[in-house]
Design a protein around this ligand. Structure first.
Ligand SMILES: Nc1ncnc2c1ncn2[C@@H]1O[C@H](COP(=O)(O)OP(=O)(O)O)[C@@H](O)[C@H]1O
Ligand SMILES: [Mg+2]
Length: 244
């Protein structure tokens, strides 16, 4: 088990990160520091660099300049091994629900009986009891996304990145996923999540990162940003409602 006290003081930060393609800066973040205990939600219009930022934080893209740091140390393989990511479209193996979880648990070197117990626990956590033997490909969109999140949680990650995990789902499927995310956050998993759903940001976020044109235009407490944004870009985005 991770040390909850350490967890609360862990810090994920970005300094001078830039990604340039064909002479154009797609991402240009001078400084961003995420060290609060609650979920961080990244908001901003389409093409503002939300997914690129998430990929940088997860080490999937190495920026042209600048650094991502975990607790002050430049992101390394050990850090990455303690991160997990969930995408908008769940990526699942063509196997049973249980096998999708077992695959991850095996790589962690758990014994057969420990894996079996952990799978049960995870299925209950995701409201997928009784679906262990079902083909993952036959799950509904919401169930498939819950399984993808469970598979990420099976890694016992320090940080969980989610890129618009509910944007293809209806309100009740969305609500189940939001509850899973909040429970994970309460257990001490750092949540960094992209959404274009302002209501979702209001429900989940402790702090909000507002992006525009590859820049972080504002970062602060969710309530402050949602109720009294300081930047014009944030005001425009929030006034537009569900801008995509
Ligand atoms: N691999 C890439 N090559 C060139 N341009 C890219 C690449 N990935 C993303 N972009 C561009 O970078 C900008 C930010 O993309 P992205 O982070 O996906 O936006 P968001 O997730 O906020 O909608 C967009 O203009 C997009 O077209
Ligand atoms: Mg995106």
């Amino acid at each position: 088990m991770r040390d909850l006290v350490n967890e609360m003081t862990s810090c994920l930060s970005v300094d001078g990160v830039r990604i340039t393609r064909k002479g154009k800066a797609l991402l240009d973040v001078e400084h961003l520091s995420m060290d609060g205990p609650g979920p961080t939600l990244i908001l901003g219009p389409n093409g503002s660099g939300k997914s690129l930022l998430l990929r940088c934080l997860h080490g999937l893209i190495v920026p042209d300049r600048g650094q991502v740091r975990q607790d002050g140390v430049v992101l390394n393989a050990e850090h990455k091994a303690r991160q997990a990511m969930v995408f908008q479209q769940p990526v699942l193996l063509r196997r049973s629900v249980a096998a999708n979880l077992d695959f991850v648990l095996k790589r962690q070197g758990l014994s057969r009986s420990a894996r079996k117990a952990r799978i049960e626990e995870l299925l209950t956590e995701g409201g997928l009891d009784g679906k262990a033997r079902q083909s993952a490909r036959s799950l509904s969109g919401g169930e498939a996304q819950r399984l993808a999140i469970l598979r990420a949680l099976a890694l016992d990650p320090e940080t969980l990145f989610l890129d618009e995990p509910t944007s293809a789902l209806d309100p009740s499927a969305t609500q189940m996923i939001e509850r899973m995310i909040l429970r994970a956050s309460t257990r001490g998993v750092r949540i960094v999540m992209v959404t274009h759903d302002i209501g979702q940001a209001r429900r989940l976020a402790a702090d909000i990162v507002m992006m525009q044109g590859g820049h972080v235009v504002e970062h602060g407490a969710a309530k402050q940003i949602l109720d009294a944004p300081e930047s014009d870009a944030s005001r425009r985005y929030l006034a537009g409602g569900l801008v995509t």
